[in-house]
Design a protein around this ligand. Sequence first.
Ligand code: AMO
Length: 445
Amino acid sequence: MEKIDGIIVKDTVEFKDFKDFENRLVSIKGYIHRIREMTGFSFVIIRTARETVQCVYAPEFSDYRWDERLCEEACVKITGKVVKSTDAKGNDRFELQIHGIEILSLPAEALPIVVNKKQLDNINLSTVLDLRPVSMRNPRERAIFKIQEGIARGFRDYLLSNGFTEIRSPKINFAGAEGGTNVFKLDYFGKEVYLAQSPQLYKQALVGVFQRVFEVAPVFRAEHHDTSRHLNEYTSMDFEMGFINGFEDIMNMETGVLKYIMTLLKTEYSAEIELLHADIPEITEIPAIKFMDAKDIIINKFRYTPSDMKDFDPQEEEMLGKYAKKELNSDFLFVTHYPSKKRPFYTMDDPEDPEYTLSFDLLFRGLEITSGGQRIHDYNAQVEKMKKLGTDPEQFATYLMFHKYGAPPHGGLGIGLERLTMHLLGFKNVREATMFPRDINRVTP
Ligand code: AMO
């Protein structure tokens, strides 16, 4: 047990617990975030895992004398007395009167950018991303990814408590699940295989085992466009549930997930929310409109001429976001019954009008963050649909085992984690909400 001046030091106390240690000696570990020399004393701000802690060095506090090697980004263990002080705004806070600093390591070079301001000033996004391992040391940048942790954590927690099983599907696959050309090919010992576009085929198969499943994992899309909302690798939060009565069950589950996530963020991530000035939405119910009614609003309310009547372009999504906010007082809007032609082979057509599907997207503040819907569970119907779309059922024989040997009515969805984070935090570019983005021009760091 370490003692200083005959007093026992409580090792590695977290800042949030300082209140329990007033006038006692504790030690904390972290980075020196900032040193501010004043007359007769210095402020030494320590960056711990989630907070910054104000420490004060003055010769009168103890026999410890300042080590001239100390600098910003040095890793240290600081021992000191917990005392109450008053900040510039007149609020009480705890700080540490330094009784000793142990140097654990010193940086080889000074940082290439200033990270110890409230936010990174005048540094363009490309530089921020080039320097991600250090730019994320800035508390505001770091907070983005704590919020992202909270979103994925809320997704997991809610589904686990609703009878879902967490799965891990392979990312090297025999076929692309989502159709289209945006699939990365891979030379697999001389054979052509594909990087997973989504866990779709596996999550469906696993409904035949666990009934309700979910996965949070990377997926890969060979998008050739350089846009503010597309990544080539992103994190997909997927779930799939069996024995449903209809695709509304999926939308209700997503509403529950999102409510839970927003509450978790408000309760356990309030410091990060404040740092980022994040506007966390209140969710009661999420309104839903049909695809063709949404087109009607775009054409007649916004006087816009869509170039594609089978899908929305980004401006149309923005219009629907505005409509949802203004007319329905909601940050979210489900759009249901997408045209059959635009949805993948596993999507169930609407028996009342097979031109449309029992599927939906969820828009959040005018951006698509989710696709989902009911799937075809009948073997013959699935084989037929594949043939109709020019997909060879033979190639998907292992996927079709699920259908052939008995599948319940089922459905699910995929949420883009980075897109949700992006619009939650009011960012213009999805890369801001991606730790290490992969896009058409970037594979490092
Ligand atoms: P979809 O292909 O629509 O559906 O993707 C689901 C969600 O993933 C996000 N997303 C992306 N995010 C960043 N960069 C991209 N290139 C990108 N592409 C998609 C979006 C989108 O809403 N298997 C179905 C889901 C399902 O039906 O269960 C699927 O993957 O937020």
